[in-house]
Design a protein. Structure first.
Length: 723
């Protein structure tokens, strides 16, 4: 094929991109190149350009489409420099940018996260915690009688009751210390109901969820309990005593944010429980993210002078070759920083999560109609989905792909995802832990024409994870906040760009220098992620802290494909359902595939998706629509529109589809009919003999001659059943 490359680069990007393009193609103008090349060569150019891409980079590639015109293949860098069809502007004008219009719930989440950030660590002002941070206690891991976030919750509640008098709040701290309360409510039997309860919830859970009583740990209806946070009902005097004053500025910042939040809360009739559940989930992720980033910063090279309250310690140089853990961030500074950053992140998660999707070239390849008669059902299903998404653009979809084994479900899953979101689609494919291998990722890359930088694979490295689990048993926590170490995931993929505001979350220290963790950034930034389910389900598990935030960012920015979704045990399925609920809440598409997807599992998945859509409707204060589709390789696809305010007809439609499918399959000739064997005796010898006889019989019925020899071959499988 013939390729034309056009550069619209500026400043420093000019030199780098010209060097790359000159090495692959002939320069035909000031900013243009052309050359005949293969698709692999074009992929290599794109990969090379992406490695040096900056904000000033903008290179478009065009390939010949038939003999009459050139077609845009991809753009590396600033895509806005070129039109959707690849046209370059003759001239441009500038006008003042309008203020970013934020949804009301995003503003509310920003205020909630900021208000919680202002107060999240005020419990560290105890004499006990300040002593724990002292150089004399450096290197020791000391458990608190009462975790600092529980003290922060109780202090915040006492501050509200006592006119924001810091010392009076400490004096009354012992009242109801062991009782879990939120806002003004003393009996917590339902979820969050107002802004006071929401900020209390964020403060007390910013390092981990509450949990339940040990005796009730297997009871799904058990209520939150203090057991994880209050280790003794008679704490030490140091734990309950104030170590110093906290500036009024932090209290005023919190109060102003809460006043603005109260004024912003929707006055119209909405489901309050769903609204606050969704808002708290988003805001908590922003708070954890902000706390993680700010805590990792070093405030000063030496211990700050004239500071009475500190938030944490850092390893600092005290002599030429000697280092020690010394107090670092002043508590007031830490609270202000976390509050301000949490407020920004809550907005950025919804407005500035600009991550690259699959290239136009890849999407076109995945969506091209198949000509093979066996896979014609894919064309019919894709057309049905396309018609509905064109009628209802930007509408989240739930697709059940129940096509038979060997009918091309994997390709159809990707095609459905690209059809539902054709512009820069980002996908996360979640596979059962046992089925994921490196070959899965390589097979997808090869068969779907993916570039190296478009796919990342999380490898189910059981050896690494086992070592991590063993070390976790020895190291209960890793810092003075009693944070647990994050799990280890090995990943394969190319470097990908992240927005700058995300860099601190993925920064690690290597050889004394702070660098971006390539594996972690690849997992988030790659357009297509092939993952073990255990990585992604952390998005729906708030107790997973840093891992929760990273997985949540992936779910917020990707459509979800769940392969063999009916292959999970009930407890694991519950975690998968939380993931489906989250994806729906953030308006993402979910595609579930299995040739044996029962009504029971399907309606459970639909209920989780429906719940997510109801949470989304509560956030936006309006009715929300979703597209529901059932597709397979035998029957005409069923696609319909559901509304969050109306009763769903899913159960009836799915059962009707299964009944029709069963009738259709019974009308077709039966191949490879399974057999159920009985055992004359319940012994190993009897079992072996029955299997041998069955194999001989099946061999006679299904074997075929191997080439021109007298040998016959056949393949089969058996399943052990107990009843």
């Amino acid at each position: 094929m013939h390729v034309i490359l056009i550069s619209a680069c500026e400043k420093r990007a000019l030199k780098k991109t010209r060097a790359i393009l000159d090495s692959y193609a002939i320069r035909t103008g000031h900013s243009s190149w052309q050359a005949p090349m293969t698709m692999d060569g074009l992929k290599e150019i794109r990969s090379s350009l992406k490695k040096v891409a900056t904000r000033q980079t903008a290179v478009a590639a065009y390939i010949n489409f038939g003999v009459r015109r050139m077609k845009l293949a991809w753009v590396v860098g600033a895509k806005h420099k070129f039109a959707h069809d690849g046209a370059y502007p003759v001239a441009s004008t500038k006008k003042q940018q309008k203020l970013l219009m934020l949804d009301e719930w995003v503003k509310a989440s920003s205020l909630l996260a900021g208000a919680a950030g202002d107060m999240h660590d005020i419990g560290k002002a105890s004499q006990h915690f300040q002593k724990k941070l002292s150089p004399e206690m450096g290197g020791q891991k000391i458990r608190d009688d009462i975790r600092h976030e529980w003290l922060s919750l109780k202090l915040l509640q006492q501050l509200r009751k006592n006119g924001w008098d810091w010392q009076l709040a400490w004096k009354n701290l012992g009242k109801g210390l062991e009782k879990f309360t939120l806002g003004d409510r003393h009996e917590i039997e339902q979820g969050i109901q107002n802004e006071l309860e929401a900020v209390d919830y964020l403060v007390v859970t910013h390092h981990g969820l509450l949990g339940v009583e040990e005796a009730l740990k297997n009871d799904p209806l058990a209520l939150p309990h203090y057991e994880n946070h209050v280790r003794t009902l008679v704490p030490s005097l140091e734990q309950m005593s104030c170590a110093g004053e906290l500036a009024d500025s932090i209290f005023k910042s919190h109060q102003k944010r809460m006043q603005r939040l109260t004024a912003l809360i929707p006055k119209q009739k909405i489901d309050q429980l769903l609204y606050w559940k969704a808002l708290a989930l988003h805001s908590r992720a922003a708070l954890i993210h902000a706390d993680h980033i700010v805590s990792a910063q070093q405030y000063s090279l030496q211990k700050p002078e004239n500071v009475s309250l500190f938030a944490n310690t850092k390893l600092k140089t005290i002599d030429q070759d000697k280092k020690a853990k010394l107090q670092d961030q002043p508590l007031e500074w830490h609270l202000h920083q976390v509050g301000d950053r949490a407020s920004r992140i809550a907005v950025q998660m919804m407005t500035d999560l600009s991550l690259s999707g699959l290239s136009e070239q890849t999407v076109e390849y995945i969506c091209q109609p198949t000509t093979h008669p066996r896979f014609q059902w894919q064309n019919i299903a894709a057309n049905a989905l396309q018609k509905n998404i064109q009628k209802h653009p930007e509408t989240p979809a739930l697709v059940f792909n129940i096509a038979g084994t060997g009918s091309g479900k994997t390709r159809m899953n990707l095609r459905a995802a690209c059809t539902l979101r054709p512009d820069d689609p980002r996908l996360a494919i979640a596979l059962n832990l046992r089925s994921l291998t490196l070959q899965t990722g390589h097979a997808l890359k090869t068969s779907m024409n993916l570039s190296e930088d478009e796919i990342a694979v999380i490898i189910g490295d059981t050896v690494t994870q086992t070592l991590f689990d063993q070390s976790k048993e020895k190291i209960e926590f890793v810092d003075e906040d009693e944070n647990h170490p994050e799990p280890i995931f090995d990943a394969w993929g190319e470097d990908c760009d992240l927005p700058e505001w995300l860099h601190p979350l993925f920064t690690v220290e290597k050889n004394g220098h702070k660098v971006l963790d390539q594996k972690e950034t690849t997992i988030l930034a790659s357009p297509l992620l092939v993952s073990t389910i255990d990585y992604l389900i952390a998005a729906g598990e708030p107790h997973r802290q840093g891992h929760h935030v990273k997985a949540l960012l992936r779910v917020v920015s990707s459509d979800l494909i769940l392969d063999e979704v009916d292959g999970y045990e009930p407890k694991a399925l519950i975690a998968v359902l939380r993931l489906v609920q989250l994806a729906a809440m953030y308006g993402r598409n979910v595609i579930c595939s299995s040739a044996t997807l029962s009504l029971t599992v399907a309606k459970t998945i639909h209920r989780a998706f429906e719940s997510g859509m109801q949470m989304r409707a509560a956030l936006y204060g309006t009715e929300k629509k979703s597209i529901i589709a059932i597709i397979d390789n035998e029957l005409k696809p069923q696609v319909w529109l559901e509304r969050s305010s109306q009763k769903s007809e899913f159960n009836t439609n799915y059962q009707k589809h299964l009944d029709n499918l069963q009738v259709h399959l019974l009308s077709k000739p039966t191949h490879r009919l399974a057999q159920l064997l009985s055992l004359p005796e319940t012994t190993v010898l009897s079992w072996k003999q029955s299997v041998l006889e069955a194999v001989k019989q099946l061999h006679q019925e299904h074997a075929w001659n191997f080439k021109k020899t007298e040998k016959k071959n056949f393949f089969g499988a058996y399943t052990g059943c107990q009843y």
